[in-house]
Design a protein around this ligand. Structure first.
Ligand code: HEC
Length: 215
């Protein structure tokens, strides 16, 4: 320090000091400019995102939790009847479930063969018993959860791709095939919770005790 002070001491006149000051400002300015130069692009970089997807709409956000409860809470607007449902079924469901909900390679949907409410045969052991009949009339206690399931999970190869009115129409069609609703009935948030499924009382309610809490 002393050395450099001596070095500058040689030119310690007011003019020289002013020149040195100007040089200092220029050098510092240049450094600041050089360091500052990448700043705008760095700021831009922070602003740049992958630009994938599109901003979420309120409708999509509402569908992020599509739960429909047994009592009908959560049912969306829309409506559909069996003849509309028949058309959608032919295009989106029949390839797996067969025409009119049976005969396809995936689960049979219509014409229950053994309602769950039928008493088990005394000779049938748990392992020897037939698998549960999972047709809609036997296996679904509420039409509202059938709507929820179809909207959420079907078609199996493209779940979530159906519009709400299409799901109402499909529900109407599948229920009408088994005579649970009239062929001309229109399903909507108002009418669907009023549908009484034929096997609603064929299920056992199990109130399981809360498991002990881990400490
Ligand atoms: C690519 C084949 C495929 C298509 C298309 C398809 N499903 Fe399914 N579906 C399945 C399979 C597989 C299951 C069984 C899924 C499981 O148990 O996890 C199933 C199960 C179901 C069930 C539940 C049956 C039960 O009680 O267990 C319903 C109801 C249903 N599908 C309705 C539909 C409707 C309505 C459509 C048309 C929108 C449709 N499916 C299209 C393959 C398909």
């Amino acid at each position: 320090m002393t050395e450099s002070a001596n070095r500058f001491g040689i030119i310690r006149t007011p003019f020289a000091r002013a020149v040195m000051e100007a040089v200092r400002v220029l050098v510092l300015g240049a450094i600041a400019w050089l360091v500052g130069l990448p700043l705008p692009s760095a700021v831009q970089a922070a602003d740049v995102h992958p630009r994938l997807g599109v901003p979420i709409t309120a409708e999509t956000a509402a569908r992020a939790d599509p739960t429909v409860f047994a009592d009908g809470r959560g049912l969306p607007p829309g409506r559909g009847n069996a003849s509309e449902g028949q058309a959608v079924y032919g295009q989106r469901c029949a390839s797996c479930h067969g025409p009119e909900g049976r005969g396809g390679h995936s689960g049979r949907l219509t014409r229950a063969r053994s309602p769950l409410s039928s008493p088990p045969s005394p000779s049938a052991s748990a392992s020897a018993g037939r698998p549960a009949d999972r047709t809609i009339a036997a296996f679904w206690p509420y039409a509202t959860t059938l709507f929820d399931y179809i909207r959420r999970a079907m078609p199996n190869d493209r779940p979530g791709s159906l519009g709400d009115s299409e799901v109402y129409a499909l529900t109407a069609y599948l229920l009408a095939l088994d005579g649970i609703v009239a062929p001309e009935a229109e399903m909507s948030a108002a009418s669907l919770p009023a549908v009484r499924m034929p096997n609603r009382d064929g299920f056992l309610r199990m109130d399981r005790p809360e498991p002990p809490r881990a400490r």
